[in-house]
Design a protein around this ligand. Structure first.
Ligand SMILES: *[C@@H]1O[C@H](CO)[C@@H](O)[C@H](O)[C@H]1NC(C)=O
Ligand SMILES: *[C@@H]1O[C@H](CO)[C@@H](O)[C@H](O)[C@H]1NC(C)=O
Ligand SMILES: *[C@@H]1O[C@H](CO)[C@@H](O)[C@H](O)[C@H]1NC(C)=O
Length: 358
């Protein structure tokens, strides 16, 4: 009877661990942007790992690409799983053109911010020194510029207004002189379904495991580690059980009982520590690097955006990279994060080797 139960537990645990591994974070190349739920990278991850509409593939330069049903392909620059934001850019390097045609119907995304812009077509002899012209929309006979200032647009009498419309922008609309609007920032989109911000906030990862309702559930990585240990313990207990008689096996179960409980308790304690973040001395031990004019990162993928605050890096800012996984962040962003959570915000790996449960 006991053995039958142990067997059942054993196989359930093995099945649980394997299905967990199927949907692990993936990337287009070794140092690439980690792709995980709700996104799904084809063909590295099965379709069932992602939420409908979040399909990503790699282009021939090994960059992640998302396809928006009515607007085509965009390169993914960064993803904030916690804030549910994705930063995109145009593979053909003319984002203003893409923004003017953007139609997000049929995709799970909405623009994070919109601003009303007026697009103007100005003659070649028009003095554009005060403005940022949109080079990729201009041609040999006219210069195209965009402005968020209605009065400015109306005062430029030699230019022709092409259209006024709400254009997705990457930061909250600002009142400015409207002179420096070139629309070539990134495209910042947000999603609200599936809603995993609470789960991510608490250091978990959403997935479709153990679900029949079609709604994602939240799981914690430390649990996967615990399951692994649990599985090994289960193996150690069941294998001798097959070899020996029922009586001896039952005896082993009884003698191992308290041991088993203690290990479980230790594991539980460990995962509590993990969700509470790292201690100040570990955080301090990571080397700080001042980023140079080239804005090249000291390690890992050469991203130009901090995955925590989604702001681009600027020269002379202080960065910190987690040694184990080489993911870099603004120093103050990652310090604050690690004080609260003991895992890398990008790949969810535990940065301190002492904490890794094997
Ligand atoms: C987006 O494109 C679809 C298909 O062409 C169209 O039916 C829909 O009206 C468009 N939406 C907007 C906001 O233009
Ligand atoms: C954008 O500005 C133009 C010009 O002032 C105006 O006609 C239009 O109604 C505005 N559109 C929106 C959606 O606010
Ligand atoms: C240049 O662009 C303007 C405005 O978009 C357009 O009307 C014109 O036909 C274009 N000229 C050429 C030579 O492509």
């Amino acid at each position: 009877m006991d053995i039958a139960i142990l067997f059942l537990v054993h196989f359930l645990l093995i099945a649980g661990t394997y299905s967990a591994n199927d949907c692990q974070s993936s990337a287009c190349d070794y140092y690439g942007l980690p792709i995980r739920f709700p996104f799904q990278l084809s063909p590295q991850q099965p379709q069932s790992c992602g939420y409908p509409g979040f399909n990503v593939h790699c282009n021939n330069q090994r960059k992640p690409v998302v396809n928006l049903p009515y607007s085509g392909d965009f390169l993914i620059k960064s993803i904030s799983y916690r804030k549910q934001l994705v930063k995109l850019h145009d593979p053909y390097k003319c984002l203003p053109k893409r923004l003017l045609e953007l139609n997000l119907s049929g995709s799970p995304f909405k623009a994070a911010y919109y601003q009303n812009y007026t697009l103007l077509s100005c003659p070649l002899d028009f003095d554009t020194s005060r403005f940022t012209t949109i080079a990729c929309l201009s041609n040999s006979t006219s210069r195209i510029l965009a402005t968020s200032s209605v009065s400015l647009a109306n005062s430029l009498t030699t230019c022709k207004i092409i259209r006024s419309s709400l254009i997705p922008v990457s930061r909250p609309p600002q009142d400015n002189d409207g002179l420096s609007s070139d629309l070539s920032d990134d495209l910042l989109l947000k999603w609200s379904i599936p809603n995993c911000d609470q789960c991510e906030e608490n250091g978990g990862i959403c997935n479709f495991r153990n679900t029949t309702s079609g709604q994602p559930t939240c799981s914690h990585q430390s649990k996967t580690g615990a399951i692994h240990v649990f599985r090994i313990i289960a193996l150690c207990v069941t294998v001798p059980a097959i070899a020996t008689s029922i009586i001896i096996a039952t005896f082993i179960c009884f003698t191992r009982g308290p041991d088993f409980n203690r290990q479980e308790a230790e594991l539980a304690l460990q995962s509590v520590n993990e969700s509470q973040g790292l201690d100040e001395s570990t955080i301090e031990s990571y080397t700080k690097v001042i980023i140079g004019e080239s804005r090249r990162l000291p390690a890992g993928p050469n991203d130009i955006t901090c995955p925590i605050c989604l702001s681009d890096y600027h020269a002379n800012e202080t960065l910190k990279c987690i040694p184990e996984c080489q993911h870099c962040f603004h120093s103050e962003c990652i310090d604050e994060w690690l004080r609260r959570k003991g895992t890398c915000p990008v790949c969810r790996n535990s940065p301190s080797p002492a904490r890794v449960i094997t």
